[in-house]
Ligand binder design. Structure first.
Ligand SMILES: *Cc1c(COP(=O)(O)O)cnc(C)c1O
Length: 353
């Protein structure tokens, strides 16, 4: 795809990637004397003495089935955060390129821009936490290399309107990244099914949320094979470790377990939202399409501190633009949510009132 190729930084286009031992011989059986591994085993038990598959082929084969995409459309990284960083490094030149962000949103887009020395333009979401199209669409004419859209959005918990995302996809020449970390909790479908329609669309998903595997670090990027190939060319060869690959491969045989957990979390979300809404001190519980709730309270810092004292940790988002007074609360187990609600009922009244 020539138009996509031209978006890629010239030196990345021409890069001859590191070729690992496991690239040059891909057979499964043999006497492996090619990678300077320890043939005797692993200290601490288990069998981790061999380097992992740099292309994670078995996982991609299962994912392709599960997601209805081709293997060449899948990148796997050490968390989605690695995919975000690699997208910057594939497409953005520090001296000349810029990206568009729509805060309040996931902090890593900005941090990654800063780490990579890339300028970013921030266009605040509107009061309804939706894309500000009247400002955003004209900004697309400045040819941002990447536009990050997070849907459902963190920390605001809502899906972005589908028509708004489509408007960006229709106008944008560069890459549109739709981060779907929370899509399993949302009532509406993924943008994955539009990949063939929009070659410049990249969809991010993760095993960290609905799959319950944040500790294993596995993120997915889905996109056009040209984009995916470029990400694979520059990634560290063994970016997804053996243990993660083994456990995730097993997990992929049990998508019904994920669905069951999602159902339970949605039940808990509904109950928690109702209970919070019923509290007179809570000004607002924002609608959620994710596994967390954003609430607005008169004294967010006081609440946050008092909850910490009870070893209840929520996320204080009250200094974030458009999130005045807001706390972000992850939906916990029934027992955890009950504990939170009990604690909130006991909080000392806001001295400012
Ligand atoms: C949690 C989260 C991720 C997941 O990142 P990983 O590195 O895969 O754990 C990605 N995007 C958003 C918006 C998130 O909130």
């Amino acid at each position: 795809m020539e138009q996509l190729e031209r978006l890629i930084r010239p030196h990345i286009r021409q890069l001859k990637p590191y070729s690992s031992a496991r690239d040059e011989y891909t057979g499964q059986v043999g006497v492996f004397l090619d990678a300077n591994e320890n043939p005797l085993g692993s200290v601490g038990g288990g069998h981790y003495e061999r380097y992992p598959d740099p292309h994670q082929r078995p996982i991609k084969a299962r994912l392709a089935e599960l997601k209805g995409v081709r293997e060449a459309q899948i990148f796997l990284g050490n968390g989605s955060d690695e995919a975000i960083d690699l997208l910057y490094r594939v497409f953005c030149d520090p001296a000349q390129d810029h990206v568009l962000l729509n805060p309040p949103t996931y902090g890593m887009y900005k941090v990654s821009a800063e780490i990579n020395g890339i300028r970013y333009q921030e266009i605040l979401l509107n009061e309804a936490y939706q894309l500000d199209l009247p400002t955003l669409l004209p900004a697309l004419r400045q040819a941002p290399k990447l536009t990050f859209l997070c849907s459902p959005n963190n920390p605001t918990a809502n899906l972005l309107h589908r028509d708004d995302v489509r408007a960006v996809l229709e106008q944008q020449q560069g890459i549109v990244v739709v981060d779907e970390a929370y899509i399993d909790f949302a009532p509406e479908g993924s943008w994955l099914f539009e990949l063939d329609h929009y070659p410049h669309l990249v969809v991010l998903q993760t095993f960290s949320k609905a799959w319950g595997m944040a500790g294993l670090r596995l993120g997915m990027a889905f996109g056009h094979p040209t984009v995916i190939a470029a990400m694979n060319r520059i990634k560290p060869p063994y970016n997804v470790n053996q243990l993660t690959q083994e456990v995730v491969l097993k997990a992929l045989d049990h998508p019904e377990q994920r669905e069951e957990m999602v159902r339970e979390i949605l039940t808990q979300r509904k109950q928690l939202a109702l209970a919070l809404q019923a509290m007179s001190e809570v000004e607002q519980v924002f609608p959620s399409d994710a596994n967390f709730l954003l609430i607005k309270v008169p004294d967010p810092n006081g609440w946050y501190e008092q909850l910490i004292q009870r070893q209840l940790i929520v996320r204080n988002r009250s200094t974030v633009q458009r999130c005045d007074g807001c706390l972000r609360i992850t939906v916990g187990t029934a027992a955890e949510n009950a504990q939170l609600l009990t604690a909130l009922q006991q909080l000392s009244p806001n001295p400012a009132l």
